[in-house]
Design a protein around this ligand. Structure first.
Ligand SMILES: NC(=O)C1=CN([C@@H]2O[C@H](COP(=O)(O)OP(=O)(O)OC[C@H]3O[C@@H](n4cnc5c(N)ncnc54)[C@H](OP(=O)(O)O)[C@@H]3O)[C@@H](O)[C@H]2O)C=CC1
Ligand SMILES: C/C=C/C(C)=O
Length: 330
């Protein structure tokens, strides 16, 4: 008999999530039936979208927490997935899972000798978000200026590095001096500033006096409104996420509404969800693997240890205390 630990949402979040919004349950799992496999989590991902699922009412009190994990098959009644196979799947915040519908898991992408946890970072959902959001939505040309906020984060740090690979000038910001130092000195972004300690409008004027062609936006809100006047004619904006609003409570500020700037500058804004390109993930992962092996893409992980730490890891995303992709090592 295997005992699984599984996190549920006990209380829907109000503002920034708190540790006691979650509850860790223990459950005894049944024996496997034909065709089923037992997955044991090795690495689990926490991501900002999990916060939005609560705001959108898709996760309610008592719901199991959802999310991706890298797991190993420890028992199997399926010929396709023998014991010892490493898989990735949306199995939730839980230590052990019986999987009956095997379409919920798949083999890891080719990883060579990279750590398996990278299948949740640059080789996984956050890396693919950076890859497709930048290359498909913004389609940057050599010499263009690409602005990315949350630039030391799991998505933002990869956006900036791919933009450098493509010959762009990268302007990025982050919320601490350590993060800024990393993306400037180790990742080689061209202009970096701490958005918490500067006047954003002034920093953008200085960083991109001729304007910004491409803006990869992870934050939205006032940040985005401030960027509009700094965009070049026909500028492109990829709306990836809204870190500044996920924990908002009550009526939201109603302005500024820079619609005329959007019109006069003929800007193109496009929201996207990374799964739009699901069918193209495999070749993108091969290219990402190559870049990592060549040292063109560097990454940072922010590791928490033990499934008990999942709420802490999740909350770190909204405090900005994470530095790199937040991964829980089971
Ligand atoms: N559209 C899609 O398909 C996907 C979208 N996303 C989005 O990408 C974005 C980045 O995600 P990810 O890379 O995983 O997370 P990060 O690793 O970037 O971590 C979140 C970071 O956001 C910053 N932050 C937190 N609160 C605020 C705030 N109130 N205002 C501004 N910045 C804040 C902090 O960085 P700092 O210290 O620099 O402030 C924090 O470290 C998110 O918006 C997420 O929702 C992610 C995956 C898929
Ligand atoms: C799949 C993730 C989506 C966001 C908005 O984070």
């Amino acid at each position: 008999m295997v005992r699984s630990k599984a996190w549920i949402l006990e209380t829907p979040f109000h503002g920034i999530p708190k540790e006691d919004d979650f509850k860790l349950l223990k459950e005894d799992l049944n024996d496997l039936k034909d065709g089923e496999v037992l997955c044991e989590a090795l690495y689990l991902s926490v991501d900002p979208y999990m916060r939005s699922l609560v705001s959108l009412g898709m996760l309610k009190a008592g719901s199991p927490m959802v999310g991706d994990q890298v797991a190993i098959i420890t028992e199997s009644k399926s010929r396709d997935y023998p014991v010892g196979t490493n898989v990735i799947g949306r199995l939730g915040w839980r230590s052990h899972t019986i999987v009956s519908d095997l379409t919920h898991i798949k083999l890891l992408p080719p990883m060579d000798d990279l750590p398996l946890s990278l299948a949740l970072g640059p080789m996984g959902m956050t890396g693919m978000t950076a890859y497709f959001g930048l290359l498909e939505i913004l389609d940057p040309k050599p010499g263009e200026t690409v602005l990315v906020n949350s630039g030391a984060g799991a998505v933002g740090s990869i956006v900036g590095q791919i933009a450098k690979i493509k010959g762009c000038r990268v302007v990025a910001c982050a919320g601490s001096e350590d993060k800024c130092k990393w993306i400037k000195e180790d990742l080689g972004f061209d202009v970096v500033f701490n958005y918490k300690t500067v006047d954003l409008g002034e920093a953008l004027s200085e960083a991109a006096p001729d304007g910004i062609e491409c803006f990869f936006d992870n934050v939205a809100g006032d940040f985005m409104s401030t960027v509009f006047p700094h965009m070049k004619l026909y500028g492109r904006i990829a709306c990836c996420g809204t870190m500044s609003t996920y924990n908002a409570v009550g009526p939201q500020p109603s302005g500024p509404h820079p619609y005329m700037t959007i019109v006069f500058k003929q800007l193109r804004l496009e929201g996207f969800m990374v799964r739009r390109w699901w069918g193209k993930w495999s070749p993108a992962q091969v290219e990402m693997l190559q870049w990592i092996k060549e040292g063109k893409i560097k990454y940072k992980e922010c590791l928490f240890h033990g499934i008990e730490t999942m709420p802490k890891g999740f909350i770190s995303l909204f405090e900005g205390s994470n530095f790199g992709k937040v991964i829980i090592k089971a």
